[in-house]
Design a protein around this ligand. Structure first.
Ligand SMILES: *[C@@H]1O[C@H](CO)[C@@H](O)[C@H](O)[C@H]1NC(C)=O
Ligand SMILES: *[C@@H]1O[C@H](CO)[C@@H](O)[C@H](O)[C@H]1NC(C)=O
Length: 137
């Protein structure tokens, strides 16, 4: 049996504290994608980053898929998604890109998928912006 050694535990705590600025900092962002296609249409969605695969999702009309993440200190955080519905096969878009969304989505990155295209909430201004249009058929 190993007895807990007070000095060792204290040293480990100090090492963790000393290293903590290196760990991903602050700012949790909540991202969400809502199906506003109407007409009872389902949306298929698959989002991922370099490190996380959020899995294949089927979203019914008016339902949402959301997740939270921390922005990495290197400014390279990127989540991209591939979606599909009736008229659109595989459409890829960025749900969060640090370069574009650092200010725009400081805490919240909300998207509405509609028949016209994809609207994104500018968390800074509170306005919905028309960001992605569907490719011409
Ligand atoms: C949408 O999905 C639900 C459950 O997965 C299914 O019952 C329904 O038929 C689907 N609707 C359409 C229009 O495909
Ligand atoms: C989503 O729907 C597809 C086919 O429409 C099905 O193969 C898949 O299992 C569904 N995924 C989930 C998570 O329900």
């Amino acid at each position: 049996m190993i007895k807990p050694n007070g000095a060792l535990v204290l040293m480990m705590v100090m090492i963790i504290i000393a290293w903590s600025p290196v760990l991903p900092v602050s700012a949790n962002v909540q991202a969400s994608i809502t199906n506003k296609l109407g007409g009872g249409k389902n949306l298929s969605l698959h989002c991922q980053s370099k490190d996380d695969d959020l899995g294949q999702q089927n979203i019914s009309n008016d339902a949402s898929f959301s997740w939270e993440f921390s922005v990495n200190p290197w400014g390279t955080t990127l989540f991209f998604c591939v979606l599909g519905w009736e008229s659109v096969g595989n459409y890829e878009f960025d749900a969060y890109s640090f370069a574009r969304d650092r200010v725009r989505c400081e805490n919240r990155c909300a998207w509405l998928v509609s028949a016209e295209g994809i609207y994104g909430l500018n968390d800074q201004t509170g306005f919905w912006e028309y960001v992605y249009s569907w490719p011409a058929p």
